[in-house]
Write a protein that binds this ligand. Structure first.
Ligand SMILES: C[S@@+](CC[C@H](N)C(=O)[O-])C[C@H]1O[C@@H](n2cnc3c(N)ncnc32)[C@H](O)[C@@H]1O
Length: 207
């Protein structure tokens, strides 16, 4: 089974800029997911709250959360230094002090070792498919467990493989496959709080 090759290279400025310009226009409902994250995190963010976003891209979610949740500390992990640069440009000075940028690939062995702490929330939004094949999902989810604090919460939002959504069944998973991969990584009590136009959010609280 080969990996599914990406038609774009988001480490390249031209491709990163094009993704930045089109993502929210193509899917304006992305903001509904971002708002959901804010509402979920807010009650737990009065104290210090550590958030990790994997495949953080040009920083739309980084900006959204840092601007609305003044106590959070945010780590953005992405293999594209160019994406991190675009993300930093979106932040005010006070937000920049609460953001850390890590360049790394979650396809590398032991990628998690580049992160030096555990997190209250780990979010991967429209980036799980960047594993480039669904067979990597279980191991990926297992790694996430090791990065979560004891009461941590894992949020996975990605395109579904479904007639009304994505068609590549090697890259994208249907809802059942997502649930199975999460269960096989020992996540329990999996919620699906939001699904819009084939974009589906899975929420797992570690107990
Ligand atoms: C589709 S974009 C989503 C960006 C952001 N999460 C959002 O929704 O606004 C996917 C992101 O994953 C990053 N990415 C792709 N492959 C990666 C890898 N192997 N390791 C880390 N990041 C990766 C890309 O650079 C890109 O920023």
């Amino acid at each position: 089974m080969n990996d599914v090759e990406s038609p774009i290279d988001l480490r390249n400025l031209k491709d990163a800029l094009e993704w930045q310009e089109t993502a929210n226009v193509k899917r304006p409902w992305r903001k509904d997911f971002f708002d959901y994250y804010v509402d979920l995190i807010r009650p737990r963010s009065s104290d210090q709250c550590q958030i990790l976003e994997l495949g953080s891209g040009p920083g739309f979610l980084t900006q959204h959360l840092l601007s609305q949740l003044p106590n959070i500390e945010y780590t953005a992990f992405d293999f594209s230094a160019v994406m991190h640069q675009l993300a930093q440009e979106k932040l005010h000075a006070s937000e920049k002090t609460r953001a850390t940028y890590v360049v790394g690939s979650f396809k590398d062995a032991h990628w998690q070792n580049t992160l030096s702490q555990k997190y209250d929330f780990i979010i991967i939004h429209q980036a799980l498919h960047e594993l480039r094949h669904k067979r990597y999902a279980i191991e990926f989810h297992k790694t996430i467990r090791s990065l979560l604090k004891p009461n941590g919460c894992y949020l996975v939002c990605d395109h579904l493989c479904a007639p009304h959504a994505m068609q590549n069944d090697q890259l994208y998973m249907n809802k059942q496959e997502h649930l199975q991969a999460l269960q096989q990584a020992a996540f329990k009590q999996i919620k699906i709080p939001l699904e819009i136009q084939g974009l589906c959010l899975f929420e797992m609280n570690v107990i």
